[in-house]
Design a protein around this ligand. Structure first.
Ligand code: SF4
Ligand code: SF4
Length: 289
């Protein structure tokens, strides 16, 4: 079963929920579990494990096209074929250029060009690391090259690294509702949405719910930091007939553990119990594989 943990905005506790669910399921329900950190701009799942052992690290590249203006006839065919508007051709000025930040390395322009004017060169996309966390099959993390805007491309590469031999996979999705989130959740069986009971939390939750409805993905909601805000989020879930998975109570002393990366130490009984209940609920779901 593939489960993604997502949130409409940062700071809701999505990462805490991801690693805690991974730990709880891995310890008590399914040892054949894998955690995948798809929050490639700011991956930090690894810091919550005691001495995670780096097993493998590899650089990932994407192929970017380059136009040789001595061969180019400025026919514009490559730009017409490019779905991402990454190519600018100005015939009068004999100008031809690829915008690396927009290019998705699909290769269409190279196929389109009939004048052998396009070659491709590798550009760093990021680093993919495998860690032994001491729980289940460990963690795979994608870390985007600084300055790169190609989150989605790296997430695709990260997902290729995940073997089908894991019976449970938890994907920690990037925050928000843009393409990297869609890429992360596109092939999962269920999505755990993490929100908080504040006006900002509710606002972003509504946007994310619309996205998941469009994608026709089953999902349920966890309200983190419960007890801190208003009841509006519960009214919304009720009105929209959205599955409410659980509250996670706000415990001030435990919140301090997050800041020091020690979320597995001195876990209050009510929080440990909450994760057990959520894990049990998720593992009992009869979802298509
Ligand atoms: S298709 Fe080839 S020849 Fe035509 S504009 Fe693009 S690079 Fe130049
Ligand atoms: S590789 Fe694809 S995305 Fe990149 S410039 Fe060529 S057609 Fe556009």
């Amino acid at each position: 079963m593939k489960i993604a943990v997502a949130s409409g905005k940062g700071g809701t506790g999505k990462t805490t929920v991801s690693v805690n669910l991974y730990r709880t399921i891995g310890k008590f329900f399914d040892k054949n579990i894998r955690l995948v950190d798809c929050d490639v701009e700011e991956p930090n799942d690894a810091i919550f494990f005691d001495n995670p052992k780096l097993i493998e690290k590899k650089e990932v590249h994407q192929l970017i096209p380059k136009i040789d203006t001595t061969k180019c006839t400025f026919c514009h065919k490559c730009a017409d074929w490019c779905e991402f508007n990454a190519i600018t051709i100005v015939k009068n000025l004999e100008f031809a250029e690829v915008n690396n930040d927009l290019c998705h390395s699909c290769g269409a322009c190279s196929v389109a060009c009939e004048f052998d004017a396009i070659t491709e060169y590798p550009q760093p996309l990021g680093v993919i690391s495998h860690f032994d966390t001491g729980i289940g099959n460990g963690l795979i993390e994608g870390r985007l090259e600084i300055g790169s805007a190609m989150q989605t491309s790296l997430i695709k590469e990260v997902k290729k690294e995940v073997s089908q031999n894991n019976s449970t996979i938890i994907f920690d999705a990037p925050p928000g509702t843009s393409c990297p989130v869609v890429e992360t959740v596109s092939d999962v069986d269920y999505i755990v949405l993490v929100t908080e009971p504040t006006p900002f939390g509710l606002h972003d939750l509504k946007i994310t719910v619309e996205l998941l409805k469009d994608l026709k993905k089953p999902f349920g909601v966890i309200v983190n930091k419960a007890g801190l805000g208003s009841d509006d989020v519960y009214s919304y879930l009720n009105k929209q007939n959205i599955e409410f998975l659980s509250d996670i109570p706000f415990v001030k002393e435990y919140a301090a553990n997050y800041a020091s990366g020690k979320i597995f130490e001195n876990i209050p009984a009510e929080i440990e119990g909450t994760y057990m209940d959520i894990a049990e609920e998720l593992m009992s779901k009869n979802l298509p594989s």
